[in-house]
Design a protein around this ligand. Sequence first.
Ligand code: SF4
Length: 373
Amino acid sequence: MKVKNKFSSPLWNDSLLASNAFKEIKKLVSQIYSETGETIKFMEVCGTHTMAIAASGMRKFFPPELKMLSGPGCPVCVTSQGDIDRILEIAAIEDVIITTFGDMMRVKGSLGRDLHSMREAGADIRVLYSPLDALRIASENKNKKIVFIGVGFETTAPIIAQTVFHAHDKKINNFFITPLFKLVPPALKAVLSNDRHKISGFILPGHVSVIIGAKSYDFVARKHKVPCVVAGFEPMDIISGINMLLLQIQNGASKVETEYFRAVKMEGNKSAQAIMKKVFKIASAQWRAIGSIEKSGLILSDAFKRFDAFKYFKIRHYSSKEPKGCICGKIIMGQALPEDCRFFGKKCTPSDAIGPCMVSSEGACAAWFKYGG
Ligand code: SF4
């Protein structure tokens, strides 16, 4: 018998609805567990979901047979140590102004320094809310080279593509980016290729899906037979998404559903896709602790490659060495939880972080530290 999802309202403050939702989840988990005898492991791929789950405290209402694992969806966390070192090398060049989103400021390179400490030591490093502001800085500082730190997923890539296109159009020649963008679908493939940690279902990222469209995950449901739900970021969105995944499992289905239908279309945002296609091309990318994943990143296309800061400054590739003892790589692949790390909350805290999962405002370790597991 097909069972319908009853909880598609984005309300969390409706305590009756929430309590009914948890009852339903407990019932479904118990039914599935009694049939399979296996713990249900759902992965929330996006760092914003990781934070929302921790902040709402919803985990404590889940039965022990349901586990929520974090995935490779925190942009700062997946940027390889080698790429962080390359960014810091550019920041040390004399006539460079680094412009960046705030999350990158405290990610340490392999020598223990970060953008924050380099700024204190005199480097010109500025935190921006929009990459477009970097173009203004470029126009005001013609004798300097302005480098915007381009990391992130399909959510961030379109606005940075637009910025590069604008710089090209306006012939702004002292503006560059570090093209280190990552793509979510190939990361899911990498997670699924690891059989030891069988994922029962994915809560897929709402923001990324606004751009790429829900149909981009068809291969997960069809080929790998893993249920998928694109969810929004309110606690009740996530609860509803979990409920939808459980219903798929109970009904023997594996398909891509959208709980976040108020923002996500199957086809995604065609204009954003078009500007990304114009400015970037798909290439292999280095992921922290995972290594190179084929066709999992975006670099500048031939027509825009002069904006590549690594090429302009002739920055070599560094081999990626993780901070000793940090298990961020395992955490972002759903193979460990923050509490499994011996440094968690002791040697590693948000004010003195060892790895990026504790630095980033979307990192799993930061979420567990701030709100508890
Ligand atoms: S607690 Fe710190 S050292 Fe441990 S995995 Fe998280 S970021 Fe790395």
